[in-house]
Design a protein around this ligand. Structure first.
Ligand code: ADP
Ligand code: MG
Length: 329
């Protein structure tokens, strides 16, 4: 099969919202009046971001999901995407499943694939997503104010727990693994929540490299500090059952409890939103999140100064709460 047959068969779908979709040297689209374009790219590399034998359907889903998550974090409405893909060989079954997973999520979010690039090489998947956000309404990292409450959506740590099981760093029963595996393989981008937070959140980002590492980006950009209460961080039944978080603190280094605490504070791949909002918007945050069906939890607040302090249930500072994932460290 030629490169062009492959593109036609697997990556060409109708694009009614674009002026011109796949097939020319560039795609064309019109940004709605009063909006600015939000653009972001996220690349998934085989062996770094996923196992080479990952299920292709869910890999297609995740390739787009991590990009939609960036739109969610900006309060942007995702509209179009391009897909640059390097493939070691043409595997029809793999491509069919991959594109089915990709387009299922694209359809759910009304996103159209308008172009990309296809080449031979080690498996590598890169989406550029294009979204719209009304001028001056994007949720940025730099807006956190002293006194803001810090919130997160969903539960944290399940994706890291599932990954640790696959890497045999921890052993889960089949039932428990089945409960946390979707967090790793099938992340649900919080696009509706991001849109709902326009106008009330002062800052936001998505958690892709662990809560503390990502929250630090908000703190740096906003030149503020934070206090986070470990016991208030939402965790799944499965993780709570294993860890009994809040665990005896400080968790002994190298212990089971410390490992689980690390998943919650520094585990990657959660793709939940972390955002800050003024206290007087508390009820509105709860109301809007409920309306879009996404659980949100207040986990701390913004303080003057810099850095993040994590406290246990007794108010004691947890030392050495480590930072997020960094590819080059
Ligand atoms: P060019 O050589 O001019 O860069 P290509 O031959 O790479 O164009 O691509 C032909 C068309 O197919 C272009 O419109 C491009 O955007 C689209 N395309 C290529 N690869 C993909 C892909 N993986 N998914 C979606 N569209 C793609
Ligand atoms: Mg090309």
């Amino acid at each position: 099969m030629s490169e062009f047959d492959l593109i036609r068969r697997h990556f060409t779908r109708p694009t009614p919202s674009a002026v011109l979709g796949v097939g020319d040297d560039a795609a064309l689209f019109q940004v709605s009046e009063g909006n600015v374009l939000a653009v972001s790219s996220d690349m998934l590399v085989s062996g770094t971001h996923f196992f080479p034998d990952a299920d292709p359907y869910w890999l297609g889903h995740k390739t787009l999901a991590v990009n939609l998550s960036d739109m969610a974090a900006m309060g942007a409405n995702p509209r179009w995407a391009t897909l640059a893909i390097a493939l070691p060989s043409v595997d029809e079954a793999w491509l069919s499943a991959f594109s089915a997973g990709f387009f299922a999520l694209a359809k759910a979010h009304h996103v159209e694939l308008i172009g990309g690039d296809t080449t031979r090489g080690a498996l590598n998947l890169c989406v550029t997503i294009l979204g719209e956000v009304p001028q001056h309404q994007a949720l940025r990292r730099a807006g956190a104010q002293v006194g803001d409450e810090i919130w997160v959506s969903g539960c944290l740590g399940d994706a890291a727990l599932a990954l640790a099981h696959l890497q045999q760093r921890i052993e889960l029963t089949e039932v428990k693994f089945a409960a946390v595996a979707p967090a790793l393989h099938q992340p649900q981008p919080r696009v509706a929540l991001g849109l709902a937070l326009r106008g009330i959140a002062n800052s936001a980002l998505d958690i892709s490299d662990g809560l503390l590492g990502d929250l630090a980006h908000i703190l740096d950009a906003s030149q503020v500090g934070a206090t986070v209460e470990l016991a208030s961080i939402p965790v799944s039944e499965t993780l709570r059952g294993l860890a009994l978080i809040p665990c005896p603190s400080p968790a002994e280094e190298g212990s089971h409890a410390a490992l689980l605490q690390q998943f919650v504070l520094s585990g990657g791949d959660d793709y939940e939103l972390c955002f800050t909002a003024p206290v007087h918007h508390h009820a509105d945050v709860v109301h809007r999140a409920r309306k879009v069906g996404v659980p949100v939890t207040r986990i701390g607040h913004i303080v003057a100064g810099q850095g993040c302090v994590v406290r246990d249930a007794a108010g004691k500072i947890i030392k050495g709460a480590s930072n997020g994932y960094d590819h080059f460290r």
